[in-house]
Write a protein that binds this ligand. Structure first.
Ligand code: AKG
Ligand code: FE2
Length: 263
């Protein structure tokens, strides 16, 4: 497993029981329906495809809030404390540390034909510049993502550090208030790397290196796709005393001291 990770910079492993994921899906669906009711709207269907499409169109921010609620629900926390998630991550991080820090779950929704909720090429290293030892885990929910519909990964891109990026809000070159903030590595910098789209099943996790360059897909069908992401951090040698995984340098807000004792 570790050898595969070192060679390919990612691995796919089964993590969750079907039941745990189903519980989470049901909770998310309920929270979306709660938002719809609060907005004085009505929908008959209880299919996540219809519910997410409807809520997303009527009030995108309310859908985003439902995601945050689901992340912080009891079943959300249960997923974050899954033993396999920690065990596999510990092996990859070469750390035997039960005090590792888990961030997530975070729900990613991918609407086809839409400029919202999608990331262009980036690496997690850019988002978490103070963090030196963590692994990113991406897990489909509601359905498998095995038909060239997971995420795009640049093979071998983990062999270099990625510190330079273009920062903007939008997607596809356009500003949009519902788009995500991008810390984008321009296409030009990654075109020499081969793109692959791994096959990941529901209940599995795609574990990948913090340096690997990846992006959301822009698929032209009518489906809404859902995934969870987690990050498992070993803070042992990070040059900060902050608990915040997104501790940011350059603005004098990072929590450092002279001669911090790390390797
Ligand atoms: O699911 C997506 O579209 C993007 C996922 C991603 O960037 C991540 O998990 O770090
Ligand atoms: Fe990412």
């Amino acid at each position: 497993m570790i050898n595969n990770f070192l060679k390919n910079e990612f691995i796919i492993e089964k993590i969750f029981d079907e039941k745990e994921i189903q519980e989470f899906e049901n909770t998310f669906l309920k929270l979306c329906k709660m938002q719809i009711r609060k907005l004085n709207l009505k929908i008959k269907s209880s299919k996540i495809q219809n519910v997410a499409n409807f809520l997303g169109k009527k009030n995108f921010s309310a859908l985003n809030e439902a995601c945050l609620m689901a992340n912080n629900s009891s079943v959300g926390h249960k997923l974050a404390s899954n033993k396999k998630l920690l065990e596999i991550s510990n092996k990859l991080l070469k750390s035997n540390n039960s005090s590792n820090i888990i961030s997530g779950p975070n729900i990613f929704i991918n609407f086809s034909n839409s400029k919202i909720s999608k990331y262009t090429w980036h690496s997690e290293q850019i988002w978490y510049p103070k963090r030196r030892n963590f692994v990113n885990i991406w897990c489909p929910i509601f359905e498998d993502r095995t038909k060239k519909n997971s995420i795009a990964i640049k093979l071998n891109s983990h062999k270099q550090n990625w510190f330079n990026f273009s920062e903007y809000q939008g997607y596809d070159g356009k500003y949009n208030k519902d788009s995500l903030v991008q810390y984008e590595i321009p296409e030009n910098f990654v075109k020499k790397y081969r793109t692959i789209i791994p096959k990941v099943k529901k209940n599995e996790g795609l574990f990948f290196d913090r340096k690997i360059v990846h992006r959301s897909l822009n698929i032209k069908n009518k489906k809404v796709l859902f995934a969870l992401s987690f990050r498992v951090h070993d803070y042992t040698n990070d040059m900060t005393l902050s608990a915040n995984w997104a501790d940011i340098p350059y603005n004098r807000k990072s929590f450092g001291i002279p001669d911090i004792n790390v390797n």
